[in-house]
Design a protein. Structure first.
Length: 134
């Protein structure tokens, strides 16, 4: 290995944090670049209507956990950028999970490659702005 053994652990941590930071830096500038889509407005109305309405809608929903978490996320702030920040954070966490799966299956370097692909993918970054697609 090119890196001394005593620095290997730190190298791995720094490399993963760097990949996640780059992924976050790609996703953050687009938070307010596009106005809200009709789907996002509908999701906002649905999740911010109140707990009774939310519980009635969750019964027939395909992603009930997402709606429940998103309801409490909207209690913090209801600006357009804050609505989409949830998707940016979960998309960046997805990079970490892509690393974990790749590392578990084929080792550290494959985990880093899968995290890079997931983090730098233009399609996933673009979709990451639209919170209702997650």
């Amino acid at each position: 290995m090119l890196i001394p053994d005593k620095y290997t652990k730190y190298f791995k941590i720094v490399l993963l944090i760097s990949i996640m930071s780059i992924s976050l830096a790609i996703r953050l500038p687009g938070l307010t670049r596009i106005s809200l889509t009709p789907d996002e407005v509908w999701e906002y109305d649905n999740c911010s209507a109140g707990m009774n309405t939310l519980l009635n809608e969750i019964d027939s929903d395909v992603h009930p956990t997402f709606r429940f978490i998103y309801h409490f996320w909207l209690l913090l702030d209801n600006t357009e950028s804050h609505m989409r920040l949830f998707s940016v954070i979960t998309g960046t966490l997805g990079v970490f999970f892509a690393y974990l799966i790749g590392r578990e299956l084929y080792g550290f370097y494959f985990g880093c490659i899968s995290a890079l692909i997931f983090g730098l993918s233009p399609h996933l970054s673009k979709i990451g702005f639209q919170k209702n697609i997650i």
